[in-house]
Design a protein around this ligand. Structure first.
Ligand code: UDP
Ligand code: MG
Length: 339
């Protein structure tokens, strides 16, 4: 076996102590079926407060394939996944939700596609049984919108359930931006992509961590991280408004000169003032969104901090030298002592 014949299943978990005991045996069973691939599992505890870490430690004690990583607090799924991917030192990775919505039983199919030469094998949801009507329609609308706005391809109805080949993973690790819209980042990496249709299951236990408001913010994140189209919209709205205003000005002047009717109506004036004020505020808000993101990026903070790193036997305990990560930990020895 070469170092490329390894597969690590990466699972970010935030307060998933109910779901993980159901999920792990399913992952283990799927990995047992893999031939000629050295398989591992890496769980990232994203600042859980419900005993997830204790549970994960028990899992690691009973299964030598399991590595554990705990972040210093809840950093959010995207950062937790990034932390996990940074700690995979070789082979391919497969990203899975902790709640069983992405069925681990499909792992052998994903691996088969990777073996055929694909670099990015992603699960595309045909059915979202586990999600509400509102979530399904808003998600659908979002994928259509981002698909039109973004120059980077973002496959529709595709979440984070995917396998990345070693070179795709290496590519992804180089993207160190703070605002992480993972679906877009995967698309940016490129290489040979293939979709595997699957039915999204309901959560096996626990509740979703994503409210509609978080999803809305997530959508904003996606659009502003991968497209500057809204800024251009502001330009065009401004242009059109200026043209209309110009035509209207000519009309007022002509009216005053030809029919000596100098005083325009109060309602017209109010409408014009309010309209222009509104357009300006929207444009300012848009610029603010981008400026805010620029500010966040310019701070160059690490994407996450590690509290504990417990590599399984055979996994390198050293941290990959990835820019923007190294400083965050202290020395590798200090990290292992933390456990
Ligand atoms: N998650 C995480 N950090 C967070 C929120 C969620 O690691 O701050 C994980 C969570 O444990 C799960 C995955 O991200 O494994 C997806 O979360 P969830 O099921 O709540 O989202 P949904 O499927 O409803 O979009
Ligand atoms: Mg879920």
């Amino acid at each position: 076996m070469t170092s490329d014949d390894a597969l690590t299943v990466v699972v970010a978990a935030h307060n998933e102590s109910e779901a993980l005991p159901i999920l792990h045996p399913r992952i283990a069973a799927a990995l047992d079926q893999l031939q000629a691939v050295e398989s591992r599992v890496l769980y990232i505890d994203d600042g859980s407060s419900d005993g997830t870490w204790q549970l994960l430690q028990a899992l690691a004690a009973s299964d030598p394939r399991v590595s554990l990583l705990r972040l210093s607090r809840n950093f959010g799924k995207e950062a937790a996944l990034t932390a996990g991917l940074d700690h995979v030192d070789r082979g391919a990775v497969l990203i899975l939700d902790a709640d069983g919505q992405d069925p681990p039983e499909l792992i052998p199919q994903f691996v088969a596609k990777w073996r055929e030469g694909y670099d990015d094998v992603h699960g595309t949801r045909t059915l979202r049984d586990g999600d509400s009507w509102l979530k399904r329609t808003t998600a659908h609308g979002f994928y259509r919108l981002i698909g039109r706005l973004s120059k980077t391809p973002v496959p529709a109805d595709t979440g984070d359930f995917r396998l990345l080949s070693p070179r795709s993973l290496a590519g992804l690790k180089q993207l160190r931006e703070r605002h992480r819209f993972m679906k877009g980042l995967f698309g940016w990496v490129g290489y040979n992509q293939v979709a595997i249709p699957y039915q999204r299951q309901p959560r096996v236990a626990g509740t979703s961590k994503f409210s509609l408001w978080t999803l809305w913010n997530f959508a904003l994140e996606g659009i502003t991280s991968f497209s500057t189209a809204p800024l251009r919209v502001a330009t065009y709205v401004g242009l059109v408004t200026a043209l209309v205003a110009f035509a209207y000005a000519i009309w007022i002047v002509l009216k005053a000169l030809l029919w000596s009717d100098p005083v325009a109506g109060w309602p017209t004036m109010m409408v014009v003032i309010l309209f222009l004020g509104g357009v300006q505020l929207i444009a300012l808000g848009l610029i603010g969104e981008y400026l805010g993101r620029l500010y966040e990026e310019s701070k160059q903070r690490p994407l996450y901090l590690v509290d504990a790193w417990r590599p399984a036997a055979g996994v390198s305990s050293a941290q990959m030298a990835v820019e923007g990560v190294g400083d965050a930990y202290g020395t590798p020895a200090a990290r292992v002592e933390n456990v």
